[in-house]
Design a protein around this ligand. Structure first.
Ligand code: UDP
Ligand code: MG
Length: 331
């Protein structure tokens, strides 16, 4: 039977920690009873350098339920995306399947069972997708939706209205762990892994207690990170602008010469206006060109795996091996 790890990043969550632990333990108990997961499945709280009593509470829960509640303590606050990554990679070695969820119980724990069912039906990644955003403020809702649209325009594949509530099989996490980049935008990376995915739908609730740990500043940082770590389109845009303005400068040339020969211009205007347009366009073009190279360097420097071989059909065995696993053994 598969051992489930529920990974929960926590930053200053003393108000909800116990609630979350209780709610998630109930889900574990229910799934164990239905024989859908192994009896030693557990919750893994990741303390992201909290300044309040979060870690003490995790320790308390662990001493009360040593099997079901585990914890990882990070040395300092590294932010949600890194805390979650730390939790997933820790869980990878000690479980068969992980589910990540926020500590504030905004995501509906009731769909966890459905996620597990879809995992058993063969999906390696199951996205939790919000049906509506009724409980979000108007501001959060519209900015978030604009963000998903912009990401789409920039050529970044994301699952609409999916945050970081998701199931991942052990091999999906293993594959993900090979993405060594430091600019993390998890929900943009998951579609790159390429295994079979599925979605479950739920209504997002209000925070169970406490306040949002994602102020506008962090949200904007996440959004910018999402675009800049997945797309060099902004650079291409500059290149396009440069070409466009050079084209305009040709039109300006025709216009300026026409004005010059029809005689009603101040001396010096023609050469000035032409220089401004042409040089402006040339500069943008040059910046855009340099940008193209920087963009390439940037993509290379990431050293992302270029593919993920899911299965190899061999003569003797139909082994579901990852080639990388074999590589790992060699070194
Ligand atoms: N979180 C974290 N580190 C941070 C900020 C947030 O681990 O620096 C966690 C937080 O404890 C919560 C999750 O990330 O479990 C999502 O944060 P929150 O619910 O405050 O964001 P919102 O739902 O308001 O976008
Ligand atoms: Mg929240």
């Amino acid at each position: 039977m598969d051992k489930l790890a529920i990974v929960v990043p926590c930053y200053n969550e003393e108000e909800v920690l116990k609630l979350a632990a209780d709610a998630l333990r109930q889900v574990l108990d229910m799934l164990i009873e239905k024989k859908k997961i192994a009896s030693d499945s557990f919750i893994l709280f990741v303390n992201d350098g909290s300044k309040d009593r979060t870690w003490e509470l995790i320790e308390e829960e662990h001493s009360r339920y040593p099997v079901q509640v585990c914890g990882v303590k990070l040395a300092g606050n590294v932010g949600h995306q890194f805390a979650l990554t730390a939790g997933l990679i820790t869980a990878m070695d000690i479980s068969d399947v992980t589910i990540s969820i926020d500590a504030d119980l905004q995501d509906d724990v009731a769909v966890i069972e459905e996620m597990i069912d879809k995992f058993h039906a063969g999906s390696d990644i199951v996205y939790g997708v919000r049906r509506e955003r009724k409980t979000d403020t108007f501001f959060k809702r519209t900015t978030a939706q604009a963000f998903y649209k912009l990401m789409g325009l920039m050529g970044v594949k994301t699952v609409y209205n999916h945050a970081d509530f998701r199931l991942m099989s052990k091999r999906a996490v293993k594959e993900f762990s090979k993405y060594k980049e430091t600019n993390l935008f998890l929900r943009g990376m998951m579609p790159l892994i390429g295994y079979q995915t599925d979605s479950v739908y739920y209504d997002r609730k209000e925070r169970a207690a406490g306040e949002s740990k994602y102020p506008l500043k962090k949200m904007l940082a996440l959004a910018f990170n999402g675009i800049s770590s997945f797309s060099v389109k902004p650079i291409s845009f500059i290149l396009g602008m440069g070409l466009f303005i050079i084209f305009i400068s040709l039109l300006a040339l025709v216009y300026a010469l026409f004005s010059y020969f029809t005689g009603h211009v101040v001396p010096g205007w023609t050469s000035l206006i032409l220089s401004i347009w042409f040089l402006g366009g040339l500069q943008l073009l040059a910046i855009g060109m340099v940008g193209q190279y920087i963009g390439k360097v940037y993509i290379e420097v990431k050293q992302r795996p270029r593919y993920n071989i899911e299965k190899i059909l061999q003569h003797e065995t139909d082994a579901t091996v990852n080639v990388s696993e074999a590589e790992d053994r060699e070194d």
